[in-house]
Design a protein. Structure first.
Length: 605
């Protein structure tokens, strides 16, 4: 799934599963999940849809803003977020700031097992998982009737420790006292800084609007660890194990034309160039450059107010250049010491034509929709050229330079019904991949860790998401929602098996009480139930099912022109020990976090 911020695809080190999005969550005004034909507007990575985030709220007052304080009990998180904005005539400004600090998080166990070694945990904390986050952004803009333009500069910095045993069992030989403080960020750790400069301009008249987005992004990621010898590698100098410096230049142009009262046409061009350079004594992915350009046309027609059809087509061209890399130390090969090559010089070009069509129909209490289409995804440089240990995910990863673009033929539908008391939503879907790209677990070990290598297979995948709501009265509401996914490989070495790390079925059932007392408020409780996952890819291990009990409460207080909001969440109230089948931490017997109570208090003015 692609992530877009204000119309620009977010580009970090997406290959890394051990860190999240470098986006200030408290600066986001609105979030949408886009599926179906509209995903054609975003290109390659939108094969699974688009998470579209918007931070483009235009202030309507001379001065407005908000301050939020928040904390969590599990990892002792403390945070502050503040934003301010204002408008003078047609000119406006916005500024955001977020500061977060957190300690090592707790798990409901006293010890874990790492490759048959038992590791004791002090105070049930996963040592050296503390971290911090610093975010800031400034927006300046002009909002006229026919013309709008703004420039936004944001910077997101995060520093977080890796589990102290992530590099094996070297913690036993380290001079670092990992249990001295739960808030220390010791080696190994990573720091990530993401700078983004984004410009958005729109011009419109009665029938035509033209939109242009330009952006520059720089993602600088450093991983540091104690210098130790591995295999034939001698003890290196310094603590910089890996560094990745990625710059991305993006340009999007979109034209919207109203052909009639019920007919609208959208066309556009997208272009992107990436430049990534590595450093440090460890290797996993090579230097690379990528470039892509795409063009699309999207048509939407309202046959009636209740009957809408839409369709689109898109063409993309992409190129990838991966640079060669040889180890800085020698490894004996057939008795001869050589500087072993990890990555060869590789130039690949990809072309793809994709399309999609959909229909939406509403009648009475029913809303029906259906979409059919083809989408694609260009293999990323890690999938093509990786060859190294990913310590923090506890595996050795190897790329495949012969991978073809991943294609998907999909069909999805939606059935919604609402009679004022009951609401029902059912969303089934079906995907066929002629060449699905995935990381295949093997029974082999390289440099002490399990080998995973990228491969392709024909895959059939289908599932359903459902939700049932009941408005019992004006105070009480009840809801049940769930999802199920089934996947099967139709070719390749693992033919007949599912995909690695496949999600099991899950159900959420909850009840909420809403009240009015000096402002709106609510109290709720829900159970999260997850089934066992026995449908696995050998040598993957099955995972037992589990359930957790969670609670929520919130209250709004109106204080003249100021609004005070308080929200309380309590997750895993019973402090149950369980494993998420999609988590790489389960490979070393680390359960999910224990009981966690979070509180957020916000003041808006």
């Amino acid at each position: 799934m692609a992530v877009s911020e204000d119309g620009i695809k977010h580009e970090g080190q997406q290959w890394g599963d051990d860190h999240g999005l470098e986006i200030d969550q408290f600066a986001v005004d609105r979030a949408e999940v886009i599926k179906g034909p509209a995903a054609l507007l975003y290109g390659s990575d939108a094969i699974g849809g688009v998470l579209s985030l918007y931070t483009n709220h235009v202030p309507m007052k001379t001065v407005e803003g908000a301050v939020q304080l928040f904390g969590r009990t599990n990892n002792g998180q403390l945070g502050l977020s503040a934003k301010i904005g204002g408008r003078t005539g047609r000119f406006f400004y916005r500024a955001n700031m977020t500061l977060i600090d957190y300690a090592d998080y707790r798990v409901p166990t006293d010890s874990i097992q790492y490759y048959s070694y038992w590791i004791k945990l002090k105070d049930r904390r996963l040592r050296n998982t503390a971290g911090l986050e610093r975010d800031g952004s400034v927006t300046l803009g002009y909002a006229g009737y026919n013309f709008h333009t703004d420039v936004r500069v944001s910077d997101s910095y995060a520093k977080s420790g890796f589990f102290a045993n992530a590099h094996g069992l070297e913690v036993r030989l380290s001079d670092i006292d990992y249990d001295r403080s739960a808030r220390d960020i010791d080696l190994p750790y990573q720091s990530v800084n993401h700078l983004k400069v984004l410009s958005h301009t729109t011009w419109r008249n009665e029938r035509l609007s033209v939109e242009a987005n330009l952006a520059y992004q720089n993602n600088l990621r450093r991983e540091r660890s104690e210098p130790v010898s591995h295999g034939y590698m001698p003890t290196p100098d310094g603590s910089l194990e890996r560094q990745f410096n990625k710059s991305t230049y993006t340009a999007n142009a979109t034209l919207h034309y109203q052909l009639g009262e019920h007919h609208a046409l959208t066309a556009g061009l997208n272009g992107e160039v990436q430049h990534n350079r590595r450093d440090g004594w460890g290797f996993i992915i090579p230097d690379f450059e990528t470039g892509s350009i795409g063009a699309f046309v999207f048509d939407r027609y309202n046959i009636t107010d209740n009957f809408i059809v839409n369709a689109g087509v898109r063409f993309d061209h992409a190129r990838t250049h991966i640079h060669p890399y040889n180890d800085w130390y020698q490894t004996p090969v057939n008795g001869t010491p050589v500087y072993q090559q990890r990555s060869a010089d590789l130039k690949r070009h990809f072309n793809s034509l994709t399309w999609s069509a959909g229909v939406n129909y509403a009648t009475g209490q029913w809303v029906l929709k259906a979409n059919v289409g083809k989408s694609f995804r260009v293999p990323i440089p890690k999938e093509l050229g990786a060859d190294g240990i990913n310590y923090h995910i506890f595996r050795y990863e190897r790329g495949n330079s012969t991978l073809d673009p991943e294609e998907s033929y999909q069909l999805d539908a939606g059935i919604g019904w609402d009679n004022g008391t009951f609401t029902l939503q059912v969303d089934p879907y079906l995907n066929y991949f002629p060449n699905y790209i995935y990381l295949n677990p093997t029974a082999d070990y390289v440099e002490g860790l399990q080998l995973y290598h990228y491969t392709q297979a024909r895959v059939l995948r289908y599932g359903v998401e459902g939700q049932l709501g009941w408005r019992i009265d004006r105070h009480w509401q009840a809801e049940v929602k769930g999802e199920y996914l089934h996947a099967r490989q139709q070719s390749g070495q693992k033919k007949g098996f599912t995909l690695p790390f496949s999600t099991p079925w899950s159900i959420d059932a909850g009840v909420k009480y809403q009240f009015e007392w000096h402002g709106d408020g609510f109290i709720g409780m829900n159970a999260h139930i997850v089934g066992a996952q026995n449908d696995i890819v050998p040598p993957e291990q099955p995972t037992k099912g589990y359930w957790t009990l969670n609670a929520q409460a919130g209250k709004v207080f109106a204080l003249g022109q100021t609004t005070l909001k308080a929200v309380l969440h309590a997750d895993n109230l019973l402090n149950r020990r369980y494993y998420d089948h999609t988590s790489y931490y389960r490979l070393i017997d680390v359960p999910e976090p224990g009981r966690n109570v979070s509180l957020m208090v916000g003041l808006e003015f």
